[in-house]
Design a protein around this ligand. Structure first.
Ligand code: NAP
Ligand code: MG
Length: 502
Protein backbone atom coordinates (compact mmCIF):
# COMPACT_ATOMS: atom_id res chain seq x y z
CA UNK A 1 0.00 0.00 0.00
CA UNK A 2 1.23 3.48 -0.83
CA UNK A 3 1.74 5.81 2.11
CA UNK A 4 -0.24 9.00 2.62
CA UNK A 5 1.32 12.31 1.69
CA UNK A 6 3.16 13.73 4.69
CA UNK A 7 2.04 17.23 3.72
CA UNK A 8 -1.63 16.52 4.44
CA UNK A 9 -0.85 17.51 8.03
CA UNK A 10 0.18 20.98 6.75
CA UNK A 11 -3.17 21.68 5.09
CA UNK A 12 -5.59 24.11 6.70
CA UNK A 13 -8.91 22.79 7.98
CA UNK A 14 -10.87 23.44 4.75
CA UNK A 15 -8.38 21.78 2.39
CA UNK A 16 -7.91 18.89 4.81
CA UNK A 17 -11.65 18.34 4.91
CA UNK A 18 -11.75 18.39 1.11
CA UNK A 19 -9.19 15.58 0.79
CA UNK A 20 -10.56 13.52 3.69
CA UNK A 21 -12.97 11.65 1.41
CA UNK A 22 -13.14 10.28 -2.11
CA UNK A 23 -13.86 13.19 -4.44
CA UNK A 24 -16.76 12.40 -6.71
CA UNK A 25 -17.55 13.73 -10.17
CA UNK A 26 -19.55 16.95 -10.39
CA UNK A 27 -22.38 16.36 -12.86
CA UNK A 28 -25.57 18.39 -13.06
CA UNK A 29 -24.76 20.07 -9.76
CA UNK A 30 -24.38 16.81 -7.86
CA UNK A 31 -21.45 14.88 -6.48
CA UNK A 32 -21.72 11.45 -8.06
CA UNK A 33 -19.46 8.40 -8.18
CA UNK A 34 -18.43 7.12 -11.60
CA UNK A 35 -21.00 4.77 -13.18
CA UNK A 36 -18.28 2.11 -13.28
CA UNK A 37 -17.53 2.67 -9.60
CA UNK A 38 -13.87 3.22 -10.52
CA UNK A 39 -11.60 5.60 -8.67
CA UNK A 40 -7.94 6.59 -9.00
CA UNK A 41 -5.53 8.14 -6.54
CA UNK A 42 -3.99 11.56 -6.80
CA UNK A 43 -0.47 11.99 -5.43
CA UNK A 44 1.70 14.60 -3.80
CA UNK A 45 4.85 14.70 -5.94
CA UNK A 46 6.93 15.93 -2.98
CA UNK A 47 6.92 12.42 -1.48
CA UNK A 48 4.77 10.35 -3.88
CA UNK A 49 2.26 9.90 -1.05
CA UNK A 50 -1.45 9.56 -1.71
CA UNK A 51 -3.63 12.64 -1.18
CA UNK A 52 -7.04 11.10 -1.82
CA UNK A 53 -9.07 8.98 -4.21
CA UNK A 54 -11.00 10.57 -7.05
CA UNK A 55 -13.90 9.13 -9.07
CA UNK A 56 -12.74 8.16 -12.56
CA UNK A 57 -15.10 9.33 -15.30
CA UNK A 58 -15.70 7.01 -18.23
CA UNK A 59 -17.77 7.35 -21.39
CA UNK A 60 -21.10 6.91 -19.55
CA UNK A 61 -20.28 9.69 -17.11
CA UNK A 62 -19.18 11.97 -19.93
CA UNK A 63 -22.52 11.29 -21.60
CA UNK A 64 -24.43 12.28 -18.44
CA UNK A 65 -22.35 15.45 -18.11
CA UNK A 66 -22.96 16.34 -21.76
CA UNK A 67 -26.71 15.80 -21.34
CA UNK A 68 -26.76 18.14 -18.32
CA UNK A 69 -24.76 20.77 -20.20
CA UNK A 70 -27.01 20.40 -23.28
CA UNK A 71 -30.20 20.86 -21.24
CA UNK A 72 -28.89 24.13 -19.85
CA UNK A 73 -27.70 25.31 -23.27
CA UNK A 74 -30.76 24.20 -25.26
CA UNK A 75 -33.41 26.29 -23.54
CA UNK A 76 -32.52 25.77 -19.87
CA UNK A 77 -32.39 28.44 -17.20
CA UNK A 78 -28.83 29.41 -18.22
CA UNK A 79 -29.78 30.04 -21.85
CA UNK A 80 -32.35 32.63 -20.71
CA UNK A 81 -30.05 34.75 -18.56
CA UNK A 82 -29.23 38.26 -19.70
CA UNK A 83 -25.55 39.12 -20.28
CA UNK A 84 -25.47 41.30 -17.16
CA UNK A 85 -26.75 38.37 -15.12
CA UNK A 86 -23.97 36.16 -16.44
CA UNK A 87 -21.52 38.94 -15.65
CA UNK A 88 -22.72 39.10 -12.06
CA UNK A 89 -22.44 35.33 -11.62
CA UNK A 90 -18.86 35.29 -12.92
CA UNK A 91 -17.96 38.18 -10.62
CA UNK A 92 -19.47 36.27 -7.71
CA UNK A 93 -17.42 33.23 -8.69
CA UNK A 94 -14.27 35.39 -8.72
CA UNK A 95 -15.13 36.70 -5.24
CA UNK A 96 -15.59 33.14 -3.97
CA UNK A 97 -12.26 32.03 -5.44
CA UNK A 98 -10.66 34.98 -3.68
CA UNK A 99 -12.41 34.14 -0.38
CA UNK A 100 -11.18 30.55 -0.65
CA UNK A 101 -7.71 31.53 -1.86
CA UNK A 102 -5.82 29.78 0.94
CA UNK A 103 -7.77 26.55 0.58
CA UNK A 104 -7.36 26.51 -3.21
CA UNK A 105 -3.66 27.35 -3.00
CA UNK A 106 -3.08 24.53 -0.52
CA UNK A 107 -4.93 22.03 -2.71
CA UNK A 108 -2.96 23.21 -5.76
CA UNK A 109 0.37 23.03 -3.96
CA UNK A 110 -0.10 19.52 -2.61
CA UNK A 111 -1.58 18.13 -5.84
CA UNK A 112 0.84 19.70 -8.33
CA UNK A 113 3.94 20.13 -6.15
CA UNK A 114 4.36 23.87 -6.79
CA UNK A 115 5.48 25.93 -3.82
CA UNK A 116 2.66 27.30 -1.68
CA UNK A 117 3.52 31.03 -2.08
CA UNK A 118 3.52 30.61 -5.87
CA UNK A 119 0.20 28.79 -5.76
CA UNK A 120 -1.32 31.45 -3.49
CA UNK A 121 0.01 34.67 -5.02
CA UNK A 122 0.55 33.43 -8.57
CA UNK A 123 -2.03 30.85 -9.55
CA UNK A 124 -4.99 31.78 -7.37
CA UNK A 125 -4.57 35.53 -7.87
CA UNK A 126 -4.32 35.02 -11.60
CA UNK A 127 -7.45 32.90 -11.69
CA UNK A 128 -9.36 35.64 -9.82
CA UNK A 129 -8.11 38.38 -12.16
CA UNK A 130 -8.91 36.33 -15.20
CA UNK A 131 -12.48 35.58 -14.09
CA UNK A 132 -13.09 39.27 -13.31
CA UNK A 133 -11.73 40.29 -16.70
CA UNK A 134 -13.92 37.75 -18.50
CA UNK A 135 -17.01 38.80 -16.52
CA UNK A 136 -16.71 42.22 -18.16
CA UNK A 137 -16.89 40.71 -21.64
CA UNK A 138 -20.33 39.19 -21.06
CA UNK A 139 -21.96 42.59 -21.70
CA UNK A 140 -19.63 43.64 -24.52
CA UNK A 141 -20.14 41.00 -27.18
CA UNK A 142 -21.22 42.80 -30.34
CA UNK A 143 -21.95 42.04 -33.98
CA UNK A 144 -21.86 44.43 -36.96
CA UNK A 145 -24.37 45.95 -39.36
CA UNK A 146 -23.70 45.64 -43.09
CA UNK A 147 -25.31 47.17 -46.17
CA UNK A 148 -25.05 44.52 -48.89
CA UNK A 149 -25.30 45.40 -52.61
CA UNK A 150 -26.84 42.11 -53.88
CA UNK A 151 -26.37 43.00 -57.59
CA UNK A 152 -28.50 40.16 -58.99
CA UNK A 153 -31.75 41.36 -57.34
CA UNK A 154 -32.39 44.61 -59.23
CA UNK A 155 -35.23 46.22 -57.30
CA UNK A 156 -34.74 44.95 -53.78
CA UNK A 157 -32.56 46.46 -51.05
CA UNK A 158 -31.16 44.57 -48.06
CA UNK A 159 -29.72 45.05 -44.59
CA UNK A 160 -27.58 42.51 -42.80
CA UNK A 161 -26.40 42.24 -39.24
CA UNK A 162 -24.23 39.69 -37.45
CA UNK A 163 -24.88 37.95 -34.17
CA UNK A 164 -22.12 36.47 -32.05
CA UNK A 165 -23.81 33.41 -30.60
CA UNK A 166 -22.33 31.03 -28.01
CA UNK A 167 -20.79 28.01 -29.71
CA UNK A 168 -22.67 25.57 -27.45
CA UNK A 169 -21.52 22.82 -25.11
CA UNK A 170 -17.76 23.05 -24.76
CA UNK A 171 -15.58 20.11 -23.78
CA UNK A 172 -12.51 21.48 -22.04
CA UNK A 173 -9.43 19.33 -21.51
CA UNK A 174 -6.64 20.83 -19.45
CA UNK A 175 -3.11 19.94 -18.28
CA UNK A 176 -1.48 19.66 -14.89
CA UNK A 177 1.01 22.52 -14.88
CA UNK A 178 -1.40 25.32 -13.80
CA UNK A 179 -4.55 23.38 -12.95
CA UNK A 180 -6.69 26.14 -11.43
CA UNK A 181 -5.49 28.84 -13.81
CA UNK A 182 -6.20 26.59 -16.79
CA UNK A 183 -9.68 25.81 -15.46
CA UNK A 184 -10.38 29.54 -15.05
CA UNK A 185 -8.99 30.32 -18.54
CA UNK A 186 -11.38 27.79 -19.97
CA UNK A 187 -14.51 28.30 -17.85
CA UNK A 188 -14.35 32.13 -17.85
CA UNK A 189 -14.89 32.79 -21.57
CA UNK A 190 -17.36 29.92 -21.86
CA UNK A 191 -19.57 31.49 -19.18
CA UNK A 192 -19.11 35.03 -20.51
CA UNK A 193 -20.32 34.02 -23.97
CA UNK A 194 -23.19 31.84 -22.67
CA UNK A 195 -21.74 28.39 -23.38
CA UNK A 196 -21.95 25.42 -21.03
CA UNK A 197 -19.03 23.25 -19.96
CA UNK A 198 -17.79 19.72 -19.46
CA UNK A 199 -14.31 20.12 -17.96
CA UNK A 200 -11.76 17.32 -17.66
CA UNK A 201 -8.80 18.23 -15.49
CA UNK A 202 -5.54 16.30 -15.88
CA UNK A 203 -5.50 13.06 -13.97
CA UNK A 204 -2.41 14.19 -12.00
CA UNK A 205 -4.15 17.32 -10.64
CA UNK A 206 -7.95 17.05 -10.37
CA UNK A 207 -8.50 18.74 -7.00
CA UNK A 208 -8.73 22.49 -7.63
CA UNK A 209 -10.99 22.05 -10.69
CA UNK A 210 -13.39 20.00 -8.56
CA UNK A 211 -13.39 22.70 -5.88
CA UNK A 212 -13.88 25.40 -8.53
CA UNK A 213 -16.88 23.46 -9.84
CA UNK A 214 -18.41 23.58 -6.35
CA UNK A 215 -17.77 27.32 -6.12
CA UNK A 216 -19.59 27.78 -9.46
CA UNK A 217 -22.68 26.28 -7.80
CA UNK A 218 -22.23 28.39 -4.68
CA UNK A 219 -22.00 31.47 -6.89
CA UNK A 220 -25.44 30.66 -8.27
CA UNK A 221 -24.41 29.37 -11.69
CA UNK A 222 -27.20 26.88 -12.46
CA UNK A 223 -26.52 23.16 -11.97
CA UNK A 224 -25.34 21.51 -15.18
CA UNK A 225 -23.69 24.62 -16.64
CA UNK A 226 -20.24 23.59 -15.37
CA UNK A 227 -19.63 19.85 -15.00
CA UNK A 228 -16.24 18.60 -13.79
CA UNK A 229 -15.25 15.07 -14.75
CA UNK A 230 -11.76 13.92 -13.74
CA UNK A 231 -10.50 10.87 -15.60
CA UNK A 232 -7.92 9.70 -18.06
CA UNK A 233 -7.23 11.10 -21.49
CA UNK A 234 -7.50 7.81 -23.35
CA UNK A 235 -10.98 7.11 -21.90
CA UNK A 236 -12.77 10.24 -20.62
CA UNK A 237 -10.85 12.59 -22.93
CA UNK A 238 -11.48 10.47 -26.02
CA UNK A 239 -15.18 10.12 -25.07
CA UNK A 240 -15.45 13.92 -24.98
CA UNK A 241 -13.77 14.40 -28.32
CA UNK A 242 -16.06 11.82 -29.93
CA UNK A 243 -19.33 12.87 -28.26
CA UNK A 244 -21.81 14.30 -30.81
CA UNK A 245 -23.40 16.47 -28.10
CA UNK A 246 -20.24 18.53 -27.65
CA UNK A 247 -19.90 21.45 -30.08
CA UNK A 248 -16.34 22.46 -29.36
CA UNK A 249 -13.20 21.11 -27.72
CA UNK A 250 -10.88 23.58 -26.02
CA UNK A 251 -7.60 21.85 -25.23
CA UNK A 252 -4.34 22.82 -23.57
CA UNK A 253 -1.54 20.27 -23.42
CA UNK A 254 1.04 18.53 -25.53
CA UNK A 255 1.30 18.96 -29.30
CA UNK A 256 1.05 15.21 -29.78
CA UNK A 257 -2.28 14.94 -27.93
CA UNK A 258 -3.48 18.16 -29.58
CA UNK A 259 -2.92 16.63 -33.02
CA UNK A 260 -4.84 13.49 -32.04
CA UNK A 261 -7.72 15.64 -30.80
CA UNK A 262 -7.71 17.77 -33.94
CA UNK A 263 -7.89 14.67 -36.15
CA UNK A 264 -10.66 13.01 -34.10
CA UNK A 265 -12.76 16.18 -33.86
CA UNK A 266 -13.11 16.33 -37.64
CA UNK A 267 -15.55 13.41 -37.57
CA UNK A 268 -18.22 15.49 -35.83
CA UNK A 269 -16.78 18.75 -37.18
CA UNK A 270 -16.40 20.11 -33.68
CA UNK A 271 -14.79 23.48 -33.31
CA UNK A 272 -11.33 23.05 -31.84
CA UNK A 273 -8.97 25.40 -30.10
CA UNK A 274 -5.54 24.10 -29.19
CA UNK A 275 -2.95 25.64 -26.92
CA UNK A 276 0.03 23.33 -27.30
CA UNK A 277 3.70 22.94 -26.58
CA UNK A 278 6.65 25.18 -27.22
CA UNK A 279 10.41 25.44 -27.35
CA UNK A 280 10.60 29.15 -26.73
CA UNK A 281 13.84 31.03 -27.39
CA UNK A 282 15.31 33.70 -25.12
CA UNK A 283 17.75 35.97 -27.00
CA UNK A 284 20.26 37.91 -24.91
CA UNK A 285 22.18 40.66 -26.71
CA UNK A 286 25.52 42.00 -25.53
CA UNK A 287 23.92 45.40 -24.83
CA UNK A 288 21.32 43.94 -22.44
CA UNK A 289 21.16 45.13 -18.84
CA UNK A 290 22.69 42.03 -17.28
CA UNK A 291 21.16 42.73 -13.87
CA UNK A 292 17.79 42.30 -15.55
CA UNK A 293 18.62 39.70 -18.18
CA UNK A 294 20.41 37.07 -16.07
CA UNK A 295 17.85 36.70 -13.25
CA UNK A 296 15.06 37.26 -15.79
CA UNK A 297 16.24 34.45 -18.05
CA UNK A 298 16.72 32.18 -15.00
CA UNK A 299 13.07 32.77 -14.04
CA UNK A 300 12.11 32.37 -17.70
CA UNK A 301 13.18 28.75 -17.53
CA UNK A 302 12.96 27.71 -13.87
CA UNK A 303 9.57 29.21 -12.97
CA UNK A 304 7.12 26.39 -12.08
CA UNK A 305 10.05 23.96 -12.35
CA UNK A 306 10.14 24.63 -16.09
CA UNK A 307 6.68 23.13 -16.53
CA UNK A 308 5.38 26.09 -18.53
CA UNK A 309 4.30 25.92 -22.16
CA UNK A 310 6.21 29.14 -22.87
CA UNK A 311 9.27 28.19 -20.76
CA UNK A 312 12.39 29.83 -22.21
CA UNK A 313 14.09 26.52 -22.88
CA UNK A 314 16.43 27.65 -25.69
CA UNK A 315 18.90 30.39 -24.80
CA UNK A 316 20.80 32.31 -27.49
CA UNK A 317 23.46 34.70 -26.22
CA UNK A 318 25.75 37.00 -28.16
CA UNK A 319 29.24 35.44 -28.05
CA UNK A 320 30.96 38.30 -26.16
CA UNK A 321 28.69 37.84 -23.12
CA UNK A 322 27.98 34.11 -23.47
CA UNK A 323 30.08 32.95 -20.51
CA UNK A 324 28.87 35.73 -18.25
CA UNK A 325 25.20 34.99 -18.95
CA UNK A 326 25.35 31.18 -18.86
CA UNK A 327 27.50 31.12 -15.73
CA UNK A 328 25.21 33.69 -14.10
CA UNK A 329 22.15 31.54 -14.77
CA UNK A 330 24.01 28.42 -13.59
CA UNK A 331 24.93 30.21 -10.33
CA UNK A 332 21.27 30.97 -9.72
CA UNK A 333 20.35 27.36 -10.55
CA UNK A 334 22.92 26.05 -8.05
CA UNK A 335 21.67 28.39 -5.35
CA UNK A 336 18.09 27.07 -5.43
CA UNK A 337 17.03 25.01 -2.45
CA UNK A 338 14.80 22.19 -3.62
CA UNK A 339 11.99 21.21 -1.30
CA UNK A 340 8.34 20.29 -0.86
CA UNK A 341 5.53 22.79 -1.48
CA UNK A 342 4.93 23.56 2.19
CA UNK A 343 8.58 23.92 3.29
CA UNK A 344 9.21 27.58 4.07
CA UNK A 345 12.80 27.57 2.84
CA UNK A 346 12.12 25.76 -0.46
CA UNK A 347 12.79 27.75 -3.63
CA UNK A 348 12.05 25.09 -6.26
CA UNK A 349 9.50 22.31 -5.94
CA UNK A 350 9.28 18.82 -7.41
CA UNK A 351 7.99 18.07 -10.90
CA UNK A 352 4.38 16.94 -11.11
CA UNK A 353 4.90 13.18 -11.19
CA UNK A 354 7.33 10.30 -11.25
CA UNK A 355 6.64 9.89 -14.98
CA UNK A 356 7.52 13.53 -15.66
CA UNK A 357 10.67 13.26 -13.52
CA UNK A 358 11.75 10.23 -15.54
CA UNK A 359 10.91 11.92 -18.82
CA UNK A 360 12.97 15.00 -17.96
CA UNK A 361 15.74 12.75 -16.62
CA UNK A 362 15.92 10.92 -19.93
CA UNK A 363 16.20 14.22 -21.83
CA UNK A 364 19.05 15.28 -19.55
CA UNK A 365 20.77 11.97 -20.21
CA UNK A 366 20.30 12.35 -23.97
CA UNK A 367 21.90 15.80 -23.77
CA UNK A 368 24.91 14.40 -21.93
CA UNK A 369 25.12 11.45 -24.33
CA UNK A 370 25.09 13.79 -27.33
CA UNK A 371 27.96 15.84 -25.88
CA UNK A 372 26.30 18.79 -24.15
CA UNK A 373 27.96 19.99 -20.94
CA UNK A 374 25.95 20.76 -17.77
CA UNK A 375 27.16 23.94 -16.04
CA UNK A 376 24.69 23.16 -13.26
CA UNK A 377 22.51 20.22 -12.35
CA UNK A 378 22.46 17.37 -14.85
CA UNK A 379 20.73 14.82 -12.60
CA UNK A 380 17.39 13.84 -11.20
CA UNK A 381 17.41 13.72 -7.41
CA UNK A 382 17.35 10.14 -6.15
CA UNK A 383 15.00 9.17 -3.38
CA UNK A 384 11.60 10.46 -2.29
CA UNK A 385 9.79 12.97 -4.43
CA UNK A 386 9.95 13.98 -8.08
CA UNK A 387 12.82 16.45 -7.89
CA UNK A 388 15.16 17.34 -10.76
CA UNK A 389 18.26 19.53 -10.42
CA UNK A 390 17.88 22.76 -12.42
CA UNK A 391 20.18 22.25 -15.38
CA UNK A 392 22.02 24.67 -17.67
CA UNK A 393 23.47 23.02 -20.77
CA UNK A 394 26.17 24.52 -23.00
CA UNK A 395 28.23 22.98 -25.83
CA UNK A 396 25.01 22.21 -27.67
CA UNK A 397 24.01 22.24 -31.33
CA UNK A 398 20.74 22.41 -33.25
CA UNK A 399 20.57 18.68 -33.96
CA UNK A 400 20.38 17.64 -30.33
CA UNK A 401 17.08 16.36 -28.97
CA UNK A 402 17.37 18.78 -26.05
CA UNK A 403 17.41 21.68 -28.55
CA UNK A 404 14.49 20.45 -30.67
CA UNK A 405 12.01 18.77 -28.30
CA UNK A 406 9.86 20.15 -25.51
CA UNK A 407 11.35 18.91 -22.21
CA UNK A 408 8.87 20.57 -19.82
CA UNK A 409 11.27 20.65 -16.92
CA UNK A 410 14.00 22.84 -15.39
CA UNK A 411 16.43 22.41 -18.29
CA UNK A 412 17.81 25.20 -20.48
CA UNK A 413 20.12 24.78 -23.47
CA UNK A 414 22.39 27.71 -24.33
CA UNK A 415 24.08 28.42 -27.66
CA UNK A 416 26.20 31.45 -28.68
CA UNK A 417 25.20 33.90 -31.43
CA UNK A 418 27.92 35.10 -33.81
CA UNK A 419 26.06 36.35 -36.85
CA UNK A 420 23.56 39.07 -35.93
CA UNK A 421 21.69 38.68 -39.24
CA UNK A 422 21.02 35.09 -38.35
CA UNK A 423 19.27 35.57 -35.00
CA UNK A 424 15.64 35.40 -36.15
CA UNK A 425 16.31 32.37 -38.34
CA UNK A 426 17.94 30.54 -35.43
CA UNK A 427 15.13 31.50 -33.04
CA UNK A 428 12.57 30.31 -35.61
CA UNK A 429 14.38 27.01 -36.21
CA UNK A 430 11.71 24.93 -34.42
CA UNK A 431 8.35 23.35 -35.19
CA UNK A 432 6.88 25.48 -32.38
CA UNK A 433 5.88 29.14 -32.18
CA UNK A 434 4.47 29.91 -28.76
CA UNK A 435 6.73 32.43 -27.01
CA UNK A 436 10.06 34.24 -27.31
CA UNK A 437 11.96 36.93 -25.46
CA UNK A 438 14.56 39.50 -26.46
CA UNK A 439 16.85 41.06 -23.91
CA UNK A 440 18.45 44.29 -25.16
CA UNK A 441 18.66 48.03 -24.49
CA UNK A 442 18.48 48.84 -28.20
CA UNK A 443 14.98 49.73 -29.41
CA UNK A 444 15.73 48.87 -33.04
CA UNK A 445 17.00 45.42 -32.11
CA UNK A 446 13.99 44.80 -29.85
CA UNK A 447 11.25 45.75 -32.29
CA UNK A 448 13.10 44.58 -35.38
CA UNK A 449 13.46 41.09 -33.92
CA UNK A 450 9.93 41.10 -32.49
CA UNK A 451 8.63 41.54 -36.04
CA UNK A 452 10.69 38.66 -37.40
CA UNK A 453 10.01 36.04 -34.74
CA UNK A 454 7.23 33.58 -35.59
CA UNK A 455 5.58 33.21 -32.17
CA UNK A 456 2.29 34.20 -30.54
CA UNK A 457 3.91 36.06 -27.63
CA UNK A 458 7.11 38.06 -27.82
CA UNK A 459 8.41 39.62 -24.63
CA UNK A 460 11.07 42.33 -24.44
CA UNK A 461 13.29 42.40 -21.34
CA UNK A 462 10.88 40.00 -19.64
CA UNK A 463 9.52 36.49 -20.16
CA UNK A 464 6.29 34.64 -19.35
CA UNK A 465 4.34 37.85 -18.74
CA UNK A 466 0.73 36.75 -19.15
CA UNK A 467 -2.32 38.93 -18.58
CA UNK A 468 -6.05 38.43 -19.17
CA UNK A 469 -6.19 41.47 -21.47
CA UNK A 470 -3.40 40.23 -23.75
CA UNK A 471 -4.08 37.54 -26.40
CA UNK A 472 -2.15 34.32 -25.94
CA UNK A 473 -1.61 31.35 -28.25
CA UNK A 474 0.63 29.70 -30.77
CA UNK A 475 1.97 30.02 -34.31
CA UNK A 476 2.98 26.85 -36.18
CA UNK A 477 2.65 23.59 -34.22
CA UNK A 478 1.95 25.45 -30.97
CA UNK A 479 -1.76 25.50 -31.71
CA UNK A 480 -4.91 27.10 -33.11
CA UNK A 481 -6.61 30.18 -31.76
CA UNK A 482 -5.94 32.89 -29.18
CA UNK A 483 -7.08 32.77 -25.58
CA UNK A 484 -7.56 35.91 -23.48
CA UNK A 485 -7.99 39.46 -24.63
CA UNK A 486 -10.89 40.26 -26.94
CA UNK A 487 -9.67 37.50 -29.29
CA UNK A 488 -11.00 34.81 -26.94
CA UNK A 489 -14.58 35.83 -27.72
CA UNK A 490 -14.11 34.51 -31.26
CA UNK A 491 -13.05 31.14 -29.85
CA UNK A 492 -16.33 30.69 -28.01
CA UNK A 493 -18.82 32.19 -30.48
CA UNK A 494 -20.27 31.41 -33.87
CA UNK A 495 -20.98 34.33 -36.18
CA UNK A 496 -24.47 34.33 -37.68
CA UNK A 497 -25.39 36.69 -40.53
CA UNK A 498 -29.02 37.80 -40.67
CA UNK A 499 -30.16 39.48 -43.92
CA UNK A 500 -33.49 41.21 -44.40
CA UNK A 501 -35.11 42.67 -47.49
CA UNK A 502 -36.17 46.25 -46.80
P1 NAP B 1 -1.18 15.58 -22.48
O1 NAP B 1 -1.27 14.16 -22.91
O2 NAP B 1 -1.24 16.60 -23.55
O3 NAP B 1 -2.35 15.84 -21.41
C1 NAP B 1 -3.12 17.01 -21.34
C2 NAP B 1 -4.58 16.67 -21.13
O4 NAP B 1 -5.08 15.91 -22.24
C3 NAP B 1 -4.84 15.81 -19.91
O5 NAP B 1 -6.07 16.20 -19.33
C4 NAP B 1 -4.92 14.42 -20.52
O6 NAP B 1 -5.59 13.50 -19.71
C5 NAP B 1 -5.66 14.69 -21.80
N1 NAP B 1 -5.50 13.69 -22.85
C6 NAP B 1 -4.45 12.86 -23.07
N2 NAP B 1 -4.66 12.10 -24.17
C7 NAP B 1 -5.88 12.46 -24.67
C8 NAP B 1 -6.66 12.04 -25.80
N3 NAP B 1 -6.21 11.13 -26.66
N4 NAP B 1 -7.86 12.61 -26.01
C9 NAP B 1 -8.31 13.56 -25.17
N5 NAP B 1 -7.63 14.00 -24.09
C10 NAP B 1 -6.42 13.47 -23.84
O7 NAP B 1 0.12 15.81 -21.63
P2 NAP B 1 0.82 14.82 -20.55
O8 NAP B 1 0.83 13.41 -21.04
O9 NAP B 1 0.22 15.06 -19.24
O10 NAP B 1 2.31 15.37 -20.59
C11 NAP B 1 3.22 14.97 -21.61
C12 NAP B 1 4.02 16.14 -22.13
O11 NAP B 1 3.15 17.11 -22.69
C13 NAP B 1 4.81 16.94 -21.13
O12 NAP B 1 6.03 16.39 -20.82
C14 NAP B 1 4.96 18.26 -21.84
O13 NAP B 1 6.02 18.23 -22.73
C15 NAP B 1 3.70 18.39 -22.59
N6 NAP B 1 2.70 19.28 -21.93
C16 NAP B 1 2.55 20.52 -22.42
C17 NAP B 1 1.63 21.37 -21.84
C18 NAP B 1 1.42 22.76 -22.33
O14 NAP B 1 0.81 23.56 -21.67
N7 NAP B 1 1.90 23.07 -23.50
C19 NAP B 1 0.89 20.95 -20.75
C20 NAP B 1 1.05 19.64 -20.28
C21 NAP B 1 1.96 18.83 -20.89
P3 NAP B 1 -4.71 12.61 -18.69
O15 NAP B 1 -4.05 13.54 -17.77
O16 NAP B 1 -5.68 11.74 -18.00
O17 NAP B 1 -3.78 11.81 -19.56
MG1 MG C 1 -1.29 15.06 -7.90
Amino acid sequence: MTAQSAQISKLGAAARRFVSQTRNLLINGEHVPARSGKTFETFDPADNGVICAVAEAGAEDIDLAVQAARRQFDGGEWSKLRPSERERLILRLADLVEQHADELAELEAIDNGKLLPYARFGDVSMAVDFLRYMAGWATKIEGRTIHPSVPYVQEARFWSYTLKEPVGVVGQIIPWNFPLVMAAWKIGPALATGCTVVLKPAEQTPLTALRLGELCLEAGIPAGVVNVVPGFGHTAGVAMVEHPGIDKIAFTGSTETGKAIGRAAVDTMKRVSLELGGKSPMIVMADADMDVAIPGAAMGIFFNQGQVCTAGSRLYVQRSVFDKVTEGIAEIAKSFKLGPAFAEDAQLGPLVSKAQQERVGSYIQSGLDQGAVALSGGRVVEGQGCFVEPTVFVNANRDMKIVQEEIFGPVIVAQPIDDLDDIAAVANDTIYGLGASIWTTNLNTAHGLAAKIRAGSVWINSHNIVDPAVPFGGFKQSGYGREMGQEVIDLYTETKAVTMMV
